[in-house]
Design a protein around this ligand. Structure first.
Ligand code: AMP
Ligand code: MG
Length: 580
């Protein structure tokens, strides 16, 4: 990939953006840096790899880059922050988004955290390439951090370079926004800037280092604090700082729990329960949309229950509980699709261990862990019911119906997204009775990667048999009307394609639980390859389509197809590493 190609052109360069009323330039933003103001800073300001003590963060400035160029911008996140899209290539705002220009009021820092990586305590990790520029009080009354990822070395960089490559930055940018529109709690992304510098990476750690295009993403969230921020303080016995950080997060991000203090000894347990609850909801959403995070280390677990740190993530194509896109995890498959809920619980137990010094009532923390299981099971169960268009999944035989479905999907390579979306086309009225197996299975034809296998007589009979049981089950409640129990996966996503107006009948509930458009792994790769050639049209089209993942969007069906065969084993499409 070449820097010169990237410089040549993009639709960004020529686009004219009329000012949106109520928005102002990022350079006019007012910053109010709560984290820096309220929490202890590292007294040492040397920017060199070292063990940091008695601090939540270190002040550090981004390292300037040679030739920043804006490649992508999220208008929706801009509006959230109240800032307008930079108008020109030469807009000084782009210098800020690349880390070249610190604005008045910004107080850049990198956070100190540790973490358990692949099941083992890894000690200090910290923001090795992420630098928070500052915090802003947004028009909706919520504080949000602006954080640059790939902004250069920090005291937490260890032996790495503090930079990020374009491919992983595009993937983070696109997926943050796609997840938001799917209704999945997530950090957001404002901008993607090419640095004009190359970064050397050995993508598959196989002795083939290459110079790749460097990039910086500006990401946005109320907080980027992770489980690991607490773990490092507990591990180092910095208990006063641990309490300070916990009190800060509760006060700022969980105000509904009350004000921490000596008169509120139970607040930490209630807070932990809430973290467990949010994590349970998050995991149910990941399972619903077929998202595999890929590196669920405790340093990649948000204390707010958001999806955070998009690395070697992937979307299920063929449904497979054992699938992980992360080649670094190919042996153990610790972080594969089906393990994610168990891993979240394991991670929450590590967090409970870190919070234990603050809590006399250790049984309370155990109860919190139980809350995770209950919330996950309940939410995932209701989401599955919605995916299948059933009011609930509590009837006799439902467990078997589900496990047989998962067996079927696992046996024949079946696209998860297309299968569930296709179930909406299965008639559950009288007409279904007259359809034979071929006719029924034919309605799901698009979902099968190998039609010969799916329509082989034994397999066809099994699928047909299952579909008939499913139809009979759906008919049991066909006249029962909308379900009070159903969850609205979009309830938290303010700016989605919000259906609502079309009512909440069976098909509508299925539609809202089963996206048509997800960020298929090969689609992200196509956007990356086009951008590397200077063509931003692919990423821009994807961004637009992924804003309405539950809508049909006539004319965009090409982006809802199953993975083409050429992408089956292509690096970046099916196999990703931690290299980023
Ligand atoms: P990850 O598994 O990507 O979440 O990263 C684990 C740790 O490695 C975190 O502390 C990151 O900040 C750090 N890290 C990852 N890549 C780099 C890099 N290129 N330069 C410095 N630190 C990095
Ligand atoms: Mg990380």
């Amino acid at each position: 990939m070449s820097q010169s190609n990237l410089k040549r052109s993009s639709t960004m360069e020529s686009s004219i953006n009329p000012p949106v009323p109520g928005l102002r330039s990022l350079s006019e933003m007012q910053f109010d840096n709560r984290f820096v103001r309220r929490l202890p800073a590292d007294e040492d300001i040397r920017n060199m790899p070292r063990a940091v003590r008695n601090a939540c963060y270190t002040r550090v400035e981004p390292t300037p880059v040679r030739a920043p160029r804006l490649l992508a911008w999220s208008d929706a996140v801009g509006e959230l922050l109240g800032v307008s899209r930079p108008a020109r290539t030469a807009d000084p705002v782009i210098e800020t988004l690349a880390g070249n220009r610190i604005l008045p009021g910004m107080q850049p820092y990198s956070a100190r955290y540790g973490g358990h990586q692949f099941g083992h305590w890894a000690g200090q990790l910290g923001d090795g390439r992420a630098i928070t520029l500052g915090e802003v009080l947004c028009p909706d009354g919520i504080y949000r951090e602006l954080q640059l990822k790939g902004a250069g070395r920090t005291p937490y960089s260890r032996t790495a370079d503090g930079r990020a490559v374009l491919r992983s930055s595009v993937r983070e940018f696109l997926c943050s926004e796609a997840m938001h529109y799917l209704g999945v709690p997530t950090t957001r992304a404002l901008s993607l800037v090419a640095t004009g510098e190359s970064v050397v990476r050995d993508m598959f750690y196989d002795g083939n280092p290459k110079a790749e295009t460097g990039a910086v993403v500006c990401r946005v969230a109320p907080s980027f604090v992770r489980f690991g921020n607490f773990e490092i303080l507990a591990a180092q016995q910095e208990l006063e700082t641990l309490r300070q950080l916990a009190d800060y997060i509760i006060t700022e991000d969980f105000p509904e729990l009350g004000v921490p203090g000596p008169s509120m000894p139970s607040i930490y347990v209630r807070w932990f329960e809430e973290i467990c609850r949010r994590t349970g909801v998050l995991l149910a959403h990941w399972m619903r949309v077929g998202f595999v995070h890929g590196v669920m280390n405790t340093d990649n677990m948000s204390i707010l229950g958001l999806t955070i740190d998009y690395g070697p993530y992937g979307w299920l194509e063929g449904f497979d509980f054992n699938w992980t896109p992360n080649t670094t995890d190919a042996q153990g498959r610790r972080y594969c699709y089906g393990n994610q809920p168990d891993i979240a619980l394991w991670n929450l137990a590590r967090l409970a261990g870190a919070l234990a010094p603050l809590v006399a009532d250790h049984a309370g923390l155990e109860r919190g862990l139980a809350v995770f299981g209950e919330v996950f099971q309940d939410t995932w169960g209701r989401m599955l019911a919605d995916k299948l268009g059933l009011a609930t999944l509590g009837r006799e035989g439902d467990d078997m119906l589900l496990s047989d479905l998962f067996d079927l999907l696992q046996q024949t390579e079946t696209d998860m997204t297309l299968f569930f979306r296709g179930l909406m086309d299965i008639p559950v009225d009288q007409a279904a009775g007259s359809m034979d197996d071929i006719a029924l299975a034919g309605l799901l034809r698009d979902a099968f990667y190998d039609e010969n296998q799916a329509f082989e007589p034994m397999q066809l009979a099994r699928l047909g048999g299952w579909l008939r049981r499913y139809i009979a089950r759906a008919r049991l409640e066909a006249d029962a009307g909308p379900s009070a129990a159903s969850v609205d996966p979009l309830a938290d996503a303010s700016a989605t394609s919000a259906p609502g107006a079309m009512g909440t009948g069976r098909i509508e509930r299925m539609r809202r639980a089963n996206p048509k458009y997800v960020l298929r792994n090969y689609l992200a790769q196509q956007a990356i390859e086009a951008l590397e050639q200077g063509d931003a049209s692919v990423i821009e089209r994807l961004m637009e389509v992924l804003k309405h993942p539950y809508d049909e969007q006539p004319g965009q069906e090409a982006l809802a197809q199953k993975r083409p065969e050429w992408a089956r084993n292509k690096p970046g499409c099916s196999a990703l590493s931690c290299s980023s």
